[in-house]
Design a protein around this ligand. Structure first.
Ligand SMILES: [Zn+2]
Ligand SMILES: [Zn+2]
Length: 183
C-alpha cells in the first residue's frame, strides 16, 4: 500500500505538498535563480525526472521535499489549501516567479494535461463543472478524483463503437465452435 502511494506521488508531484512549508524553506526558493528575458525566474535547484526544481529540508530528523515554485508561492501568499495545486502560466517548470503561477483545484489542473490550454472551468471538450463526477481513487488525499463524466461516457461509447465489429466476430466464432462441439 505504502509503495503504491509513493509511485503515484512520483507521477503527480503536486500531491507531495500537503505538509506546510516552513518560512525559512519558502524563502530559499529565491536563493538560486536566473532571470530570463521573458521574466521567468529559473531555479537552479536540482530537478527530478518530473522536470520541477525541488528543495529538501530536515525537521526533527524527518526529511521533506517541496517543489521550488510552490515554496516561492507560499513565501508570497502563505500556505496552500489541500486539494489545490499550482499551474505555470509560462509553461516553464523550473520558474519560481510567483507572478507566473496561478492556484487551481487539483482536478482543474489534471484536466489541463500535456501543455494544452483551454478556458478555466471547463474540460478539453468545453463541458463545465456540472459534468464533473467523482471516481473512487484511494491515492488522492481526499480518496476520490473529479473527472468529466460526459467525456468519460463519450470515450466509452466510442470504444464500444470501435470494438463492436470485433466483438461480433468473436461471438460468431465462439458460437461456431460451440456448434461444432455439440455436433
Ligand atoms: Zn515563468
Ligand atoms: Zn468533458
Amino acid at each position: 500500500m505504502q509503495s503504491t502511494q509513493k509511485q503515484e506521488n512520483a507521477r503527480t508531484p503536486e500531491r507531495w505538498n500537503s505538509t506546510p512549508v516552513p518560512p525559512r524553506v519558502a524563502e530559499r526558493a529565491y536563493e538560486r535563480v536566473d532571470e530570463t528575458e521573458g521574466g521567468c525566474w529559473i531555479s537552479r535547484y536540482s530537478t527530478a525526472s518530473h522536470g520541477y526544481a525541488q528543495i529538501g529540508w530536515q525537521d526533527a530528523g524527518r526529511r521533506s521535499v517541496v517543489l521550488a515554485h510552490r515554496a516561492a508561492w507560499v513565501h508570497v501568499n502563505g500556505q496552500m489549501p489541500l486539494g489545490m495545486t499550482l499551474d505555470h502560466l509560462c509553461k516553464e517548470r523550473r520558474c519560481v516567479n510567483p507572478a507566473h503561477l496561478r492556484m487551481l483545484p487539483n482536478f482543474e489542473n489534471a484536466r489541463r494535461t500535456n501543455g494544452r490550454d483551454w478556458p478555466l472551468g471547463t474540460c478539453v471538450n468545453g463541458h463545465d463543472h456540472t459534468h464533473l463526477i467523482r471516481t473512487a481513487k484511494a491515492a488522492s488525499p481526499r480518496g476520490y478524483r473529479m473527472i468529466c463524466g460526459t467525456c468519460q461516457r463519450d470515450r466509452r461509447r466510442q470504444w464500444d463503437a470501435n470494438n463492436r465489429d470485433r466483438r461480433r466476430q468473436a461471438q460468431a466464432a465462439y458460437r461456431a465452435r460451440k456448434k461444432e462441439a455439440n455436433a
